[in-house]
Ligand binder design. Sequence first.
Ligand SMILES: *[C@@H]1O[C@H](CO)[C@@H](O)[C@H](O)[C@H]1NC(C)=O
Ligand SMILES: *[C@@H]1O[C@H](CO)[C@@H](O)[C@H](O)[C@H]1NC(C)=O
Ligand SMILES: *[C@@H]1O[C@H](CO)[C@@H](O)[C@H](O)[C@H]1NC(C)=O
Ligand SMILES: *[C@@H]1O[C@H](CO)[C@@H](O)[C@H](O)[C@H]1NC(C)=O
Ligand SMILES: *[C@@H]1O[C@H](CO)[C@@H](O)[C@H](O)[C@H]1NC(C)=O
Length: 539
Amino acid sequence: MAKWLLMLFDAFSLSIPCQFHPKVNSTIIMPRVSRHHIVNRSFCTFQPLSPQDALEERLILDSIAWPETPLLPSPISLEQTTDPAQSTVTILPGRKGGQWHVGDQLEVMIQTFDFQGRPKKSGGDFITARLHNRKLEAGVAGQVVDHLNGSYSAVFSLLWEGDAQVEVTLVHPSEAVTLLNRLNREQPDRTYFKSLYRSGSVSETTICNVCLRPTKQLKCNYTDLRTGEPWFCYKPTNLSCDTRINHFRVAFKQSLTLKEEKLFQSGVNQKVCIQGIGSFNVLPKEDGQLKVKSSSVTSLPSGYYYQGVWRALGGTTVSQFNSSAITQCLKGKAVHMYGDSTVRQWFEFLNALLPGLKEFDLHSRKQVGPFMSLDYENNILVTYRCHGPPIHWTPIPTRELRYIANELDDLNAGPNTVVVLSIWAHISTYPMEIYIRRLQSIRRAVVRLLDTNPGTMVIIRTANSRALSLQVSLTNSDWYSLQCDKVLKAMFKGLKVHLIDAWEMTLAHHLPHNIHPPPPIIKNMVNCLFSYICPQKHG
Ligand SMILES: *[C@@H]1O[C@H](CO)[C@@H](O)[C@H](O)[C@H]1NC(C)=O
Ligand SMILES: *[C@@H]1O[C@H](CO)[C@@H](O)[C@H](O)[C@H]1NC(C)=O
Ligand SMILES: *[C@@H]1O[C@H](CO)[C@@H](O)[C@H](O)[C@H]1NC(C)=O
Ligand SMILES: *[C@@H]1O[C@H](CO)[C@@H](O)[C@H](O)[C@H]1NC(C)=O
Ligand SMILES: *[C@@H]1O[C@H](CO)[C@@H](O)[C@H](O)[C@H]1NC(C)=O
């Protein structure tokens, strides 16, 4: 697939600094076992794809396939699912028999056991791993390899000298992942939306979604003619489809049995550490040793924290930008941010940080925007606009429902334009095809933008890990985010865009996971952003 994509985007150079490493993710699954999602044709309808896009879709779905749970007993019995409290982590001695140096890789073996204490014989658990040293504020994400027999390896690059502690986390047992996968196939409408219609004194509200179940009610088809993005509402009885005035999220329909809910218990089997190893010591780099490199099964992490500062691997150095350095960097530039609240957070961060940047009151709705900030003296413009539906916020006027691809097509860009995108958190309850198609249309727009404005810079923020409750898991579990993250990274590989690896930046950090990462992480992300926009000569 990579080769095919590279052919497709041959015209672009491959300079990818501030380290986005062109690798798929931190969880490798091999061999591929099952197909991922299958669109539920009974109530999801899509525009046909070009043969090229259809091929890409198929290859991507194959590449993110997750092992199925062999025989999911019905009803599910918790006793036979992974119990992180009984599962074990052991360090493999490595080729130097228990001595590690900076530049080596460390491998740990994870054996899973169920609640009855029996070793698990199948894979598919969603496990993450991190190596860290709290005192040094150092941390790096590990790569987890599923051996499909109940054991997993986690592989870490050793990047600092001194203590290092292994942390392995069961995010979900495989049965929970199977359920999450099934929910997207069978209930892609479990988060649901409404629109208000009004004409004169008559008003009505109807249900809307990407996939709308067939009923006797007629539908209004709001499929975007330029991008082909699907969106439907039931037709109001007494009003026409063009009287729709807003969009809002109503609720989330809880649809699991009590037994199934038991698969998502914080502190029991959801984001729980697997105990095992204390810390061990990493010795200085050996003389004559080569740089840290990836082995045959794993690739390098995209970066790591040291003294709280994100260091990218393999590419340009991440520099530290204070407010005056950022203002200097942005002089004469326009930065346009599009997407969900995780990029709006950057907009807010800049507003708070830069004394000269003042938000102009557009009388927009809180959360939704659009927002605009100006620094007149330095001719800086920063804007934010949310992405098109599905979007979970409260009432958004229909006129403000804009697809990123269309916005990019309409953008008056130039060499002083920076475009920042973030799209993941609102699109996770659907079959993956929806996300792939959304990214295909955005990518086409990015290609057109860069063709006409080669100097424009495009930066994409990837998905991040977040705190999980039952409801959050069912709508925006880290598992969904990881799958989106893999798709995003694969689809923009080889393009002249920069990625900021929010996934690893949140996984590697010691602060608790949060949909809106805390300021120290945002500061590091913003430093990455400005290291792309204004690369420093000497780091
Ligand atoms: C599972 O597979 C891995 C990799 O092939 C192997 O090293 C390990 O011994 C196996 N574990 C069991 C319990 O069979
Ligand atoms: C499609 O959705 C319906 C209704 O939720 C469900 O019964 C059916 O199993 C789904 N089909 C597939 C292929 O998942
Ligand atoms: C919705 O409209 C689009 C664009 O006109 C069209 O291609 C599609 O077939 C329509 N879908 C349905 C279900 O009517
Ligand atoms: C539509 O109009 C009819 C006639 O005025 C009225 O009886 C009915 O309640 C209206 N339906 C809705 C959903 O507003
Ligand atoms: C920002 O950093 C530069 C050096 O990198 C320093 O000279 C300057 O005083 C700093 N400004 C502020 C406001 O901290």
